[in-house]
Ligand binder design. Sequence first.
Ligand code: FES
Length: 82
Amino acid sequence: MPDPITVRIDGQPVAVPAGSTVAVAVMLAGIACRRSVTGERRFPLCGMGICLECRVAINGNQHCRSCQILARPGMEVITDEL
Ligand code: FES
């Protein structure tokens, strides 16, 4: 198994296996990617870039599809969970 890497999700360090997507990192952190307009917690659904339920901010870029982006060391991910 590859060495883990660490990303920051909502300011907290999260270790994930190298090669994981950002969606996996968010799920391993046990938090939702975003909230619906009515405040419901939303999680990755399709895993292939279609549903947009996995959108997060990555390094200041809004609405990134976390299921389509590999986690990189030092990445800053912000969800709508807070
Ligand atoms: S999980 Fe559907 S677009 Fe990412």
